[in-house]
Design a protein around this ligand. Sequence first.
Ligand SMILES: Nc1ncnc2c1ncn2[C@@H]1O[C@H](COP(=O)(O)OP(=O)(O)OP(=O)(O)O)[C@@H](O)[C@H]1O
Length: 292
Amino acid sequence: MLRADELRKHYPKAVQAVDGVSLSLNEGVCFGLLGPNGAGKTTTLEMLEGIIKPSSGQIYHRGKPINAEYRKHIGIQFQHTALPELLTVKESLQLFQKLYPSPLSLDELVEACALTEYLNRDNRKLSGGQRQRLLLAIALINNPDIVFLDEPTTGLDPQARHNFWSLIRNIKARGKTIILTTHYMDEAEQLCDEIAIMDKGRILVQDTPQNLLANHFDGVLIKLPKSSGLAELSEWSYPMAIGDDVIEFVTPDVEAALRQLAQHHISLDGLSIVAPNLENLFLKLTGYSLRA
Ligand SMILES: Nc1ncnc2c1ncn2[C@@H]1O[C@H](COP(=O)(O)OP(=O)(O)OP(=O)(O)O)[C@@H](O)[C@H]1O
């Protein structure tokens, strides 16, 4: 559906924002682009959307280099969009419908984005979650093949985020290819078939979340409070990550690790055993903690 070869973007008097990104996305996948602030996600997305030109590299849609036609096949939900003032949700959708030769009907948009209750509400009175749903409906108006979502749930409360996730799943079930950026690792784990983690303009890893975790972690993560004294031990088999309050290590053999802790008289109070998740992987690869 979409392929990018060796995309680079250099801004004058600035860093190399994107430094050789290649991607290949099949139809119907949900692809997540993750990375710390300034990693180059938005720049990559804007090149894939055809909004900015790469300094070098090429993008192909269904095997052909992208051109003016491409715009007709994509929908974009921008991170920051000003909605028309003094209009209701219904009037806004009708306004955007006029921009396209064969837009989706109001009923289809309202159903896809769960907007029935808010149709007659003034745009300015929408909550964060309702606003994002309207912006998603606007992105879907031309019935695109590919939908781009730039941090679609940033700033939403947990319930609104979960509601938005179910809309994205519905859109995916309609066969759309979805490309999203996010700072939320649980969002990527929930929604994405494939993810790429970027840093400093380059893709560090790209695969399914399951494969990435299986390839980077050999076992489970054991966490102990720092006060357990584990950090002070001179003889310990597993590499430890020591945080302000917590010590973590990965082990393929939980029983052996627990036996070792007991032999060293380390208290197991507050011990937890968890499966490593994308957040642990992100920290391992980039060394940054994530913005909430
Ligand atoms: N128009 C521009 N002119 C100059 N530099 C830019 C421009 N846009 C982005 N940059 C720089 O390019 C780099 C990548 O920025 P980009 O916005 O793509 O990162 P990001 O991963 O989307 O970050 P965030 O998560 O904060 O949105 C940063 O160093 C940024 O300052």
